[in-house]
Design a protein around this ligand. Structure first.
Ligand code: NAI
Length: 214
């Protein structure tokens, strides 16, 4: 497979392809044309072909894509053929909700620990994992291989905790705190702002209203 630089826009679309291909696999579909996939996903067939061409195409002309093969290849491109261990910092509403979400394991993300500064939460069970005191984080990271930290704490706390994470081997931060984090080169940060998606929705609601009024 080619390993040329792939645009972030294409990478951003791959998880959606993977979801649809996973559903097709579950339905027992073995082959699918770009046209059929396009109808299901409501994107153009040419977009699908262009996206897949970044990786050498995946398909044989006129024969469609092999669903299981395509699923495996996209999984590999996304690095999902590896296992990753993650800890959650902040056992509030969001931290617990993420800890309770089983599907991360299905994708190879293993929930190893959850930490909070509130002593009342320490010892509570989140899907078989006991909430630990934040003071135990450093020791835990030294003793356990953990690649990813999920930050579900307020922004000031997030800024303060970054050094502890980075100094103890965390390679990537899934950051839900509303702040841009300063990390050394080599540490990855993926910011998530659910409200961005909501604002997109509000933009589209208003655009539709304006179109109707015209
Ligand atoms: P929450 O108040 O239920 O939970 C926050 C938890 O973090 C509390 O249990 C608190 O004790 C703990 N905490 C605070 N400082 C800490 C520290 N230094 N070390 C360890 N634990 C610490 O809040 P919720 O609803 O779970 O939200 C968490 C954060 O995520 C909030 O700051 C919120 O603004 C943000 N958020 C971001 C979203 C996004 O889309 N990016 C969506 C929802 C919330």
């Amino acid at each position: 497979m080619e390993t040329k630089e792939i645009s972030q826009a294409v990478i951003g679309r791959l998880p959606r392809y993977l979801r649809y291909l996973g559903d097709l696999k579950d339905e027992g579909v073995e082959r699918i044309s770009s046209q059929e996939l396009s109808e299901r996903m409501k994107v153009t067939a040419s977009q699908i072909r262009q996206d897949f061409n970044n990786f050498g195409g995946f398909g044989q002309q006129g024969y469609g894509y092999n669903v299981a093969y395509l699923y495996d290849e996209i999984s590999k491109i996304l690095g999902l053929d590896h296992k990753y261990h993650f800890v959650i910092i902040g056992a509030g509403n969001l931290g617990k909700a993420l800890g309770n979400y089983l599907n991360f394991e299905r994708r190879g993300f293993i929930f190893k620990g959850i930490f909070d500064k509130n002593p009342d939460l320490v010892g509570q069970d989140v899907r078989g994992v006991k909430v630990m005191a934040i003071e135990d984080l450093e020791r835990f990271l030294k003793e356990n291989p953990v690649e990813i930290a999920v930050l579900t704490i307020p922004k000031t706390s997030a800024v303060d905790i970054v050094d502890v994470l980075v100094d103890n081997g965390i390679q990537a931060i899934w950051n839900f705190a509303h702040v841009d984090l300063n990390v050394p080169d080599g540490v990855l940060v993926e910011n998530v702002h659910l409200s961005d998606s909501l604002m997109k929705l509000s933009y589209n609601i208003n655009r539709r209203k304006t179109e109707k009024d015209l």
